[in-house]
Write a protein that binds this ligand. Structure first.
Ligand code: ADP
Ligand code: MG
Ligand code: MG
Length: 893
């Protein structure tokens, strides 16, 4: 139903069917919108006639006449797409008004002021939204009129004469700016408004929003025409917005705001500061009780938290909208868990409802509590969307985009936001507004896109012209570019950039509950990439079921080790040659023997250090597999930079030390044009076998030690960068011998495996041959992507790649989300590998292992596990469960 009627239309239709009080109306379908564009922006044949007929039905239902001066029917024209698109097109209210119907409205209500206010609003709204007049043009005369009533005067202070004058001025503005008189014929008004809604589908705001949310551009929007009801007919009338549960915390209570004697947008636009919904129980107890009952009924019906709009006209309640509420990550989790407890939904449904990004958000940083105590609080507003944001203040959405493009981080500061600011909000760290409540545009959008937001910070006087803001309470001045820290969880704003601390997973039992349910559903295991025992322990606490990638080279860089490694590299080639001589039965000269001794001494030290590292990590992961990758990067990464060393030696001239000269010579001799395609991975192990031999010994001796300490070590040794099966065969010949020697000497049985990474396209083609010699596969999708595309990742990501994505040459960054062709390669490797070795265990350890969309692809390919960085594990657990469910939360955007 949503496909055709849009979200709003479907909600209205269901409420009407359920017998709830909704004003009569009708919906023009999304199909009509698509036909409209297909036909070159003309209404499809028969549509207008259908509209007129539907208007007749509404006339019959309400007993009013569209354009009837004695008893006028007035309507709102509202856009409504399948997915809610906040503010795609503003709603036009009071359509059908002209000088004649206005008289009828005044006579019927006996309220002249009300009538003229409605007319004034209509001309301004219609002028702005349908006729394209700049809204500012109406603001000035309005403000001027208000000023006549003294400083701080409100809309409600305007008299009938004021309103009449405003109507005249507004009509004049329309005539000047739109180049035509304001249309008086209600039918023409309706025709123009419908077309304006259609046109808004391809407006900039809507396009930007769809791009950012990855919503398809061909869905089209529906148009809802709804009989007007009035919340501004006096103190027994009002209008409001409410959620069936608190969208910030998830707490089960009606949460929302309303304004007495106000219409439509007043609450959302933050024009006056609204009352809490609970207060309505005192002001209009009957209407409140009915609203509460309806809210309950709708939540039960939709089995989800609803976001409701209502209007009370002279004590009578009307429902204007119901839809699933946007909510914070914390609320999403709490609500899902609570609703399972209430028996409203089952566990699968609960798991399907939480978006992976929300889990991410829950593990997002907070301000460091000590720094925050010492910080200078400059203002306080509403805690509209939680989280900690730090950035430089900017006062304009375009400026925000510019600054971020040149590498700045910003907080967007506005009086209030409108849909035109969306692009700025999307790039900002956080949002701060001076006006508007917890349901204002800024708040709603911020929650949805997961940005911290402080709204309604009334003490902040924002001046766009000078790009400054001043807090009237603290007296602090803020200029464009000043660092501020915004706490969306408390509403506080601080001067300067406060340090943040990460949110603790341990403190979130509800999240753990949902992820526990996800674990029951998912098929994929979640492993982690961790190099150190602390990381391994942390990952385990997040639910890691193994280590998919332990990089040994990180261990080579720390402290004293780098010196040892360098010492070894300096003589590595010479020593390896000398050892070959010895092996061939030739004698070594004194120099050669010295080089071998120096090399072996360094290697011995390394072996001891590495064994210690592995003992730590194997003990931390006792009972779980730990994939250790043998040395992978080119050796020059452990040496000083060629240019720097050259400068050093040249500058020193004759005074340069022999050591420095020798180092320079070594760096030169190891220099490669394309090191990422050069001597690295298994190639390095084959050229200088001692590196991988000592690593293998260190891993297995560590396993022996850990086992003797009563634990259960499960090392899996991974040989990187294999492209030809002979590389693997030769490496294994070397390492199997080492392994046998360790095991024989220890007299222990050790549970270990040898496997390989699949990261070179050639390996994909010969995966069956490789599988004969590998007990497991792990996809190194960073290299596989790099080599399949022929992009150097380090150069591409900082350069043309972003532009490619921006220009739509690539649908997304293939280093972030698995490209379909890479996924096909993986499928081929899995199929061939398992054909040769049934039951072959296959995982992924590239960056993609923590990306939800990529995890879906891994599920389809039939991997055994994905491996990601420790802090992505909770996200991956959820994404894997959703991937396993055919009815997962992934929407058909
Ligand atoms: P949005 O999609 O931005 O929420 P809506 O179409 O829901 O836009 O309407 C904007 C505002 O106008 C809301 O506050 C809504 O309650 C109000 N409104 C819409 N139609 C009517 C109507 N027929 N009578 C009274 N108020 C209305
Ligand atoms: Mg609405
Ligand atoms: Mg690699």
């Amino acid at each position: 139903m949503k496909d055709l009627l849009g979200g709003k239309g479907a909600g209205l239709a269901e409420m009407t069917n359920a017998g709830l009080p909704t004003p009569p109306g009708f919906t023009i379908t999304t199909e009509a919108c698509n036909d409209y564009f297909e036909a070159g922006k003309t209404l499809p044949a028969g549509l207008w006639e259908d509209v007129l007929e539907a208007v007749k039905a509404v006339e019959t239902g309400t007993g009013k006449g569209f354009g009837d001066p004695r008893n006028p029917l007035l309507v709102s024209v509202r856009s409504g797409a399948k997915f809610s698109m906040p503010g795609m097109m503003d709603t036009v209210l009071n359509l059908g008004l002209n000088e004649q119907t206005l008289e009828g409205l005044v006579a019927l209500t006996g309220n002249e002021r009300f009538g003229w206010d409605a007319y004034r609003r209509f001309i301004q709204m219609f002028g702005r939204i349908v006729m394209g007049v700049d809204g500012e043009r109406f603001e000035h005369p309005l403000q001027a009129r208000k000023d006549l009533h003294g400083p701080g005067a409100k809309d409600t202070d305007l008299t009938v004469d004021d309103l009449k004058a405003l109507v005249a001025v507004s009509k004049q503005v329309v005539a000047e700016d739109a180049g035509r008189e304001f249309p008086t014929d209600p039918d023409e008004q309706l025709d123009l408004a419908i077309k304006a809604v259609f046109a808004s589908w391809f407006g900039k705001r809507a396009n930007d929003y769809r791009n950012s949310q990855k919503i398809a551009h061909d869905l089209g929007t529906a148009v809802n025409v709804v009989t007007m009801v009035y919340g501004n007919m006096g103190d027994d009338s009002g209008t409001g917005v409410a959620f069936t549960r608190d969208p910030n915390t998830g707490e089960k209570l009606l949460y929302g705001e309303y304004l007495v004697n106000a219409q439509g947008e007043d609450v959302v636009a933050g024009i006056r500061t609204p009352e809490k919904i609970s207060h309505l129980a005192e002001e209009m107890p009957e209407a409140y009780a009915e609203f509460q009952r309806i809210a309950n009924q709708l939540e039960k019906h939709y089995k989800d938290v609803q976001d409701l709009e209502f209007t009370i006209e002279r004590g009578k309640l009307y429902m204007l909208q119901t839809r699933s509420a946007k909510r914070t990550a914390a609320a999403a989790v709490k609500i899902a868990v609570d609703m399972v407890g209430e028996g409203l939904i089952d566990r699968r449904e609960a798991v399907g409802r939480i978006e992976p990004a929300q889990v991410d958000q829950l593990l997002r940083d907070q301000f460091d509590p000590i720094a925050r105590k010492a910080a200078k609080q400059i203002a306080k507003g509403l805690n509209a969307s939680p989280g900690a944001a730090v950035g430089r203040a900017v006062f304009n959405a375009d400026v925000a985009v510019e600054w971020v493009a040149r590498g700045e981080t910003v907080v967007l500061v506005r009086v209030e936001t409108s849909p035109d600011d969306f692009h700025g909000m999307a790039v900002a760290q956080g949002i701060l507004t001076a006006r508007g409540g917890a349901t204002s545009h800024a708040a709603v959008v911020a929650r949805q896109i997961g940005k911290p937001c402080v709204a309604g910070c009334a003490e902040l006087v924002v001046d766009y012209a000078t790009r400054t803001a001043r807090s009237t309470v603290s007296g602090t001045d803020l200029a464009e570019g000043d660092w501020i820290s915004v706490d969306g969880s408390t509403g506080e704003v601080f001067l300067g950039a406060l340090p943040t601390v990460s949110a603790r997973f341990e403190d979130q039992p509800e999240l753990q509950t949902v992820l526990g349910w996800a674990d029951e559903i998912r098929r994929l295991q979640i492993w982690t990439n961790a190099d150190k025992p602390e990381e391994a322990a942390q990952a385990r606490s997040y639910g890691a079921q193994g280590i998919g990638l332990c990089r040994t080279e990180h261990m080579f860089r720390e402290g004293e080790r780098l010196e040892i490694v360098r010492g070894a590299i300096l003589v590595a080639n010479a020593a390896t040659r000398a050892k070959a001589k010895t092996a061939a039965g030739e004698a070594l000269d004194v120099d050669e023997a010295a080089v071998v001794a120096q090399f072996d001494a360094a290697m011995d030290k390394l072996e001891v250090l590495q064994q210690g590292d592995f003992e730590g990590i194997l003990a931390a992961m006792s009972g779980l597999p730990v994939v250790v990758r043998l040395i992978d990067p080119p050796l020059h990464e452990f040496l000083p930079n060629l240019e720097e060393q050259l400068v050093k030696v040249t500058k020193a001239g004759d005074a340069a030390t022999a050591e420095d000269r020798e180092l320079l010579a070594t760096i030169r001799s190891m220099h490669e044009q394309n090191p990422m395609l050069g001597l690295r991975g298994c190639r390095l192990g084959l050229m200088i076998p001692d590196f991988v031999k000592i690593q293998t010994r260190a891993i297995l001796n560590a396993a022996v030690a850990v086992k003797r300490a009563g634990k259960d070590p499960r090392p899996e040794i991974m040989i990187p960068l294999v492209g030809h099966v002979n590389e693997l065969i030769a490496t294994r010949a070397l390492l199997d011998a080492e392994a046998e020697a360790v095991v024989a000497k220890a007299g222990e049985t050790i549970d270990f495996k040898f496997g390989t990474m699949i990261e070179i396209p050639r390996a994909v083609w010969v995966a069956d041959q490789i599988a004969e010699h590998a007990e497991f596969f792990s996809f190194g999708t960073n290299d596989l992507t790099q080599m399949t595309f022929g992009y150097s990742r380090d150069d591409a990501e900082g350069g043309f790649l972003l532009k490619y994505v921006e220009d739509g040459i690539l649908p997304e960054n293939p280093f972030q989300t698995l490209d379909d062709v890479i996924a096909d390669e993986m499928q081929m490797a899995v199929d061939r590998g398992r054909a040769a070795r049934p039951g072959l265990k296959v995982g992924i350890c590239g960056e993609h292992g923590g990306d939800p969309a990529s995890i879906h692809k891994c599920e389809k390919i039939g991997l055994n596990y994905v491996s990601c960085s420790p802090f992505r594990i909770p996200v991956a657990r959820l994404a894997a469960a959703q991937a396993a469910m055919s009815d997962g939360a992934f929407r058909d955007k």
